[in-house]
Ligand binder design. Structure first.
Ligand SMILES: Nc1ncnc2c1ncn2[C@@H]1O[C@H](COP(=O)(O)OP(=O)(O)O)[C@@H](O)[C@H]1O
Ligand SMILES: [Mg+2]
Length: 272
């Protein structure tokens, strides 16, 4: 059985997608078979992995059509495709369930569907035996797409940006997790909080780190992801940090995080 991890925070720009991609890549390099599921209509994970921007009839100028996934997680949630029909083999040990801008209409389109919170869980069940780890990247909102992710996974990793207001909205996120746990997914745990975009040279960043640590205590992962320009550049090349800049501090940090997930003591950890 695969280990199912969600990367969630309703704030944008905190490092969710960067973490989903590069944690997945670190685990893949360690020999784990990884499925990355893009649940964000913005499709940043899909494009970060070089799979183009899913096309929409009303947007013409999008990227080379040959790279555009023909079918996406949108089709799966709509019940028009099976999960295995949309999954793309991206590279050794990394498969991707791509996203589409169409997903932005999912809240409304799926509003009347019975069991609409469980669509992703059921889709992942169809394929999870093929993987050791499934990582779901969430959109920056606590709507139906994030509820689907929370109902589908066993544990969540919450990336927080090491800056002022880092904890803003965290209470609401924890309440949502608690609600999903009580209604749909009793086994759901908060695996840990990952401090991202950390600039240890800044006094403010250190103070924020202490605040986060004070709030979450042992739930904060030992690994801290430092601010690193290669991590910001890699998405435009369609490469993971290990492909784009294997010697960067970004690669170092995400490899360390992968090892912490594999061997650490927190609940998000897969264990041996
Ligand atoms: N550790 C980091 N150092 C530098 N840039 C980063 C780092 N982590 C993420 N970024 C960049 O910050 C932006 C937001 O990160 P992203 O992972 O897309 O956040 P989210 O998915 O939470 O919106 C992106 O441009 C990304 O490339
Ligand atoms: Mg994102």
């Amino acid at each position: 059985m695969a280990h199912l991890i969600g990367i969630i925070n309703q704030k944008g720009g905190v490092g969710k997608t960067t973490t989903a991609v590069n944690l997945g890549a670190a685990l893949a390099l360690s020999g784990r078979r990884v499925l990355l599921v893009d649940m964000d209509p913005q499709s940043n994970l899909t494009t970060h992995l070089g799979l183009g921007a899913p096309r929409r009839e009303d947007v013409e100028e999008v990227i080379d059509a040959s790279q555009v996934p023909e079918h996406t997680i949108y089709d799966v949630l709509k019940g028009q495709k099976k999960m295995k029909e949309i999954i793309i083999k991206r590279s050794e040990n990394i498969d991707v369930a791509p996203s589409s801008l169409f997903l932005s209409g999912a809240d409304l389109e799926l509003g009347g569907v019975i069991g609409r919170e469980l669509l992703l869980r059921n889709a992942i069940k169809e394929v999870e035996d093929n993987y050791d780890t499934v990582i779901v990247d969430c959109p920056p909102a606590l709507g139906l797409l994030s509820l689907n992710a929370l109902a589908a996974v066993e544990s969540v990793i919450v990336p927080v940006q090491s800056e002022y207001l880092a904890l803003h909205g965290v209470r609401q996120l924890l309440d949502t997790i608690e609600q999903v746990r009580s209604v749909y997914n009793p086994a759901l745990t908060v695996g840990g909080v990952l401090v991202c975009l950390h600039d240890g040279r800044k006094r403010l960043a250190r103070a924020v780190y202490d605040t986060i640590k004070g709030y979450f205590g042992d739930l904060v992962f030992d690994t801290v992801i430092r601010t690193n320009v290669s991590l910001a550049e890699a998405p435009a090349t369609g490469e993971t940090i290990f492909e784009y800049a294997p010697k960067s501090t970004g690669a170092e940090d995400y490899m360390a995080f992968g090892q912490e997930i594999l061997h650490g003591k927190k609940k998000a950890c897969v264990g041996e």
